[in-house]
Design a protein around this ligand. Structure first.
Ligand code: ASP
Ligand code: MG
Length: 423
């Protein structure tokens, strides 16, 4: 049978009215004869609210208990959606992540899916039911509830699509798809009809909140076709899939910005082999993701190491660096939150010289100072002052004429813009 996995984000199930609309959409697809597994997020704002609740109790909640708490948000959504389908006489059943066979590693609050045991899912689907699985959660080896990190429902959906061999994984959100830039900032941003896994992974990692980066990794590994589209209309969205080399002559596909960064400076580290390893191994062991690393020599026998981490890792990072400063010899650890990261992404960059120079030119015309630069084959990122980010994104978008290719450049009528990183 033709099988579709659909994922509905928080704004898509935020109110009773929205839940009914989602149920109608599922019912229609079901009548067309498709089997449907739906993955649902917590209702909009719910996960943030649960985090606030925990913080009212303690500023250091045990991660296991955090997962127990956060997983409740998705359980509310699946139950309500199953009731809405029942009301439409569509047979449906809601399942927690554990009941849906999502097995993860032990890393509470940012667990990774290790396997999907599809037995129950397949049985329910074969009996003709719509299966509704709580996103963002799973169960580890010792039967404890885990969660997959913010935005993790996307990854649940893609993992289910891979495990069930679904024809497509549709990610429903409150924007029409993936844009050349955040349409709230760049009114002329253009909807991308398709994008490659590699480009999507960079866009997602560099601040485009529309998909959890991990979900794109899983999709690429298992060749899951994703369509990102709106649950507020029936417009086609953005297809994420492997794109052939022919299309790679598009040099830059999009501009992203990420305000969720902290610039960390580890000052006066002796210029000796092994010290960078010591520092980054300590951070890696703590599960802290580091980006944009540069090392500057000061002419003496010491260097400054500069890199970025996300804001929620700031305190943990500083704590670790201070703890090992006896070994690294660093005289100072600084964390600066007044920065933002702007990036350009495109698979064609690798074969087109001068792309970075054009980006720097656009920033320089705006009088924006570049603090740190980092590049890969398909992206260039610059760290700049946080308050210049909007101007920077607009100038770069303009420089590469991203709003003008093909379409009318309209940003679409997204009902409410989705906060970065959450749906
Ligand atoms: N509810 C979780 C979050 O807000 C997971 C998700 O929405 O994908 O991050
Ligand atoms: Mg999301």
């Amino acid at each position: 049978m033709h099988l579709i996995v659909q994922k509905y984000g928080g704004t898509s199930v935020a109110t009773a009215e929205r839940i009914h609309a989602v149920a109608e959409r599922i019912a229609r697809k079901r009548r067309e004869g498709s089997g449907i597994a739906a993955v649902v997020s917590a209702r909009g704002g719910m996960t943030d609210e649960l985090i606030r609740l925990a913080q009212e109790i303690t500023d250091r909640p045990p991660r296991r208990e955090m997962d127990m708490l956060l997983a409740t948000g998705e359980q509310i959504s699946v139950a309500l959606l199953a009731m809405a389908l029942d009301k439409l006489d569509v047979p449906a059943i809601s399942l927690t992540g554990a009941q849906g066979g999502i097995r993860t590693d032990q890393m509470h609050t940012k667990a990774r899916i290790r396997a999907v045991d599809t037995g129950r899912l397949v049985r329910e689907l074969e009996s003709g039911k719509v299966v509704i699985v709580a996103g963002f959660q799973g169960m580890n080896e010792v039967d404890d509830i885990t969660t997959l990190g913010r935005g993790g429902s996307d990854t649940t959906a893609v993992a289910l699509a891979a495990a069930l061999g679904a024809d497509i994984c549709e990610i429903f959100t409150d924007v029409d798809g993936v844009y050349t830039a955040d349409p709230r900032i760049v009114p002329g941003a253009r909807l991308l009809p398709r994008i490659s896994y590699g480009e999507m992974l960079e866009m997602a990692s560099l601040g485009a909140g529309v998909l959890q980066p991990r979900s794109v990794e899983v999709a690429a590994q298992h060749h899951v076709r994703i369509e990102v589209r709106s649950s507020f209309n029936h417009n086609p969205g953005t297809i994420v899939e492997e794109v052939g080399t022919v299309e790679k002559d598009i040099v830059v596909v999009g501009v992203t910005h990420d305000a969720n960064v902290v610039k960390v400076i580890v000052a006066d580290v002796p210029d000796r082999p092994g010290l960078a390893h010591r520092i980054f191994a300590a951070l890696a062991d703590a599960g802290i993701n580091v980006d944009v690393i540069v090392q500057t020599t000061k002419g003496e026998a010491v260097t400054d190491l500069i890199f970025t981490v996300s804001r929620d890792e700031r305190d943990h990072t500083v704590e670790i660096l201070e703890r090992i400063s006896g070994e690294t010899g660093a005289t100072r650890v600084e964390a600066d939150e007044s920065v933002a990261k702007v990036s350009i992404v495109g698979a064609g960059m690798v074969s087109n010289p001068g792309v970075a120079a054009r980006m720097f030119g656009a920033l320089s015309r705006e009088g924006i100072n570049i603090q740190v630069i980092s590049t890969s084959e398909i992206k260039v990122s610059c760290l700049i002052a946080a308050d210049a980010a909007t101007r920077a994104v607009r100038a770069i978008h303009e420089e590469f004429e991203l709003g003008e290719a093909g379409s009318d450049g309209a940003a679409g009528e997204s009902p409410e813009a989705e906060p970065q990183g959450t749906v």
